[in-house]
Design a protein around this ligand. Structure first.
Ligand code: NAD
Ligand code: MG
Length: 380
């Protein structure tokens, strides 16, 4: 029995991770953490019987303690609770399916406690890749990518240890507004932006996919995971989301991973790496597929992708500012407090105002996050 803990178990990646666990029957779930959906968390506790569960607010934790009083589960709360889940002794792998850079401290704690990380929580890698990668090496833990593109790159690297990566071809669907110009996006509503053509995901990443901020975060994530310069990463629009990403080698050979869009594949691959398992679901049918399209991203309209390259190249606290500005701006857009294009404007404004700090500590990263939030809150 493999033993896992999950941060963000009630979300899109979290619930799909539990589906993989349910199908395979040979993984034990030791601990779960969620934000506020205690009804779903209670169901998960009843089905998977973890011995520890965390909820963000102490009030919700109290309620959940009452609801699960008949079960041998300990309920904890807050950042302390997240960290307890992350470092739980018996767990071997931590699935980081929490959204946002709140995953930073628990992920670092888990690595220090020797846990392998199945990493979905890209915001953590974007803001602290320079801390996480060396720390993982020091503690001899694996960082197994769950993000579909990074899993595809990871799969395309198998058997090529020692061979230099020439280029990473990071594919992007282009989101719901592919082909649109700035003036077409003036009155985009939350509902419009939440309509992703190929993937069903959490709300924040769905908005990020529509602005191409998600692709920008993924460029920086790939830089750290695979040890390349951001300028070795080329974003390729692949509207069908069939080619999940590719690696070009020095001899010009391009290796790719293809499949129908289903996050359970990268999740399962991370959990069982290097083994492959049967996964039920639709298969690609190349007789009916007929064609695949490719294109270049429109960096004038979706200029945050260019800003992500700038942040990735500069390093330091700038990727944190890029990420934190986006996190708060997206939150505000989802609350209908700002307009769609303001997300991109806020990111650019925060980056331009920031004085970059090289090689920041965890505290300096959190300070840069707080300063970014303050700047946004004091606008207009
Ligand atoms: P989601 O919004 O569906 O789920 C987020 C989870 O985090 C929920 O369980 C929520 O309760 C939990 N959470 C949020 N704040 C919390 C807090 N303060 N304390 C404890 N738990 C908290 O998000 P998602 O789409 O599953 O994405 C999760 C991560 O995976 C993100 O970093 C995203 O970029 C990445 N990712 C997602 C997908 C996808 O298909 N959904 C694909 C690739 C990468
Ligand atoms: Mg992705």
């Amino acid at each position: 029995m493999k033993k896992i803990a999950i941060l963000g178990s009630t979300g899109s990646i979290g619930t799909q991770t539990l589906e993989v666990v349910r199908e395979n029957q040979d993984i034990e779930v030791c601990a779960l953490a969620a934000g506020s959906n205690i009804a779903r968390l209670e169901q998960q506790i009843r089905e998977f019987r973890p011995r520890l569960a965390a909820v963000w607010s102490e009030e919700k934790a109290r309620e959940l303690r009452i609801r699960t009083a008949d079960l041998p589960v300990e309920i904890v709360s807050g950042m302390e609770g997240l960290i307890q889940v992350a470092v739980l002794e018996e767990a071997e792998i931590l699935v980081t399916a929490i959204v946002g850079m709140i995953g930073l401290r628990p992920t670092i704690a888990a690595i220090k406690a020797g846990k392998d990380i199945a990493l979905a929580n890209k915001e953590t890698m974007v803001t602290a890749g320079h801390i996480i990668m060396p720390l993982a090496k020091e503690h001899k833990v694996s960082i197994l990518p769950v993000d579909s593109e990074h899993s595809a790159i990871f799969q395309s690297l198998q058997g090529n240890e020692g061979n230099k990566i020439q280029k990473i071809l990071l594919t992007a669907s282009g989101g719901p507004f592919r082909g649109k110009k700035q003036e077409d996006l003036l009155n985009v509503t939350v509902e419009d932006a939440l309509r992703h053509p190929n993937w069903s995901m959490g709300r924040k990443i769905t908005i990020d996919s529509s602005t191409l901020v998600n692709k920008g975060l993924e460029v920086i994530e790939a830089k750290w995971l695979f040890g390349v310069d951001v300028d070795q990463i080329q974003v390729v629009i692949q509207p069908q989301s069939v080619i999940h990403s590719m690696v070009e080698y020095e001899d010009g050979a391009v290796m790719a991973q293809l499949g129908t869009p289903d996050m359970k594949l990268p999740i399962q691959y991370a959990l069982y790496y290097p083994d492959r398992r049967y996964l039920p679901g639709e298969r690609l049918d190349f007789w009916t597929l007929s064609h695949l399209d490719f294109g270049k991203p429109d960096l004038d309209t979706f200029y945050c992708l260019a800003l992500a390259y700038e942040a990735g190249r500069a390093g330091g606290t700038l990727p944190t500012v890029f990420n934190a500005a986006n996190e708060l701006a997206v939150k505000k857009f989802l609350l209908k407090e700002i307009k769609y294009l303001e997300i991109m404007e806020i990111i650019e404004d925060c980056m331009r105002a920031h004085k970059n700090r090289p090689n920041p500590s965890l505290e300096e990263i959190l300070e840069a996050e707080a300063a970014t939030y303050e700047r946004i809150e004091s606008r207009r």
